[in-house]
Write a protein that binds this ligand. Structure first.
Ligand SMILES: Cc1cc2nc3c(=O)[nH]c(=O)nc-3n(C[C@H](O)[C@H](O)[C@H](O)COP(=O)(O)O)c2cc1C
Length: 178
């Protein structure tokens, strides 16, 4: 495989785990995007970003705008609590594929859920969201809503190395975009 780097942004560790698994499998360098220094992407042909999803967004993606990714293969792995849902992922993809990431290949993997490990702000936000969903008819739940209500108050870990297979296949194939 080409020389590559994996950058991640992870609040609670699931995305970081995926980033290290991926770097290990691909033989890439791995680092926290918060420590990114200008020009560090320069020696790599392939740049992968792994980001946790928080309230539908990938906050770490803003770091990409500082990078010069011209001529490089780029991919984004989005990590969320929701099971894979095509419509939801299409929305996330649209948000991610802007500016320097317009050509990025996008992938999804399921992360983890542990309210006891969350910051007070995040826990309050997540509990408020779950409470608002509990008033709704479960038959009308979107997949991510059902997953959130099901995970309420529990510790869940859906991380799985096998979820990286499509991204690893993309890396091996040398394709651009998905
Ligand atoms: C404040 C907050 C908001 C979240 N919003 C979403 C969301 O919109 N969709 C989703 O699938 N997961 C959501 N999650 C779940 C996280 O994506 C999941 O826990 C993931 O594993 C986070 O990655 P991390 O462990 O690397 O921080 C949210 C979690 C928190 C704490």
């Amino acid at each position: 495989m080409e020389k590559g780097v994996v950058w991640y942004r992870s609040k609670y560790g699931a995305t970081k785990r995926y980033a290290h698994w991926l770097a290990e499998a691909a033989g890439f360098t791995c680092g926290d995007v918060k420590k990114y220094k200008r020009g560090e992407e320069q020696p790599y042909q392939t740049v992968v970003f792994c980001g946790g999803i928080y309230a539908g967004g990938l906050p770490g993606v803003s770091h990409w705008q500082k990078m010069n990714l011209q001529g490089k293969r780029t991919a984004v792995l989005c990590v969320g609590a929701s099971p894979y849902d095509e419509a939801l992922f299409a929305e996330i993809k649209q948000r991610v594929r802007r500016g320097a990431l317009e050509q990025a290949a996008c992938f999804y993997a399921r992360g983890a859920w542990d309210e006891s490990a969350m910051s007070l702000v995040d826990r309050t936000l997540c509990r408020a969201l779950i409470r608002s969903l509990q008033g709704k008819d479960p038959k009308e739940f979107a997949p991510w809503e059902a997953a959130l209500v099901g995970a309420a108050g529990k510790r869940c870990d859906w991380t799985d190395r096998a979820a990286l297979e499509p991204l690893l296949a993309w890396l091996r194939a040398g394709e651009v975009g998905t």
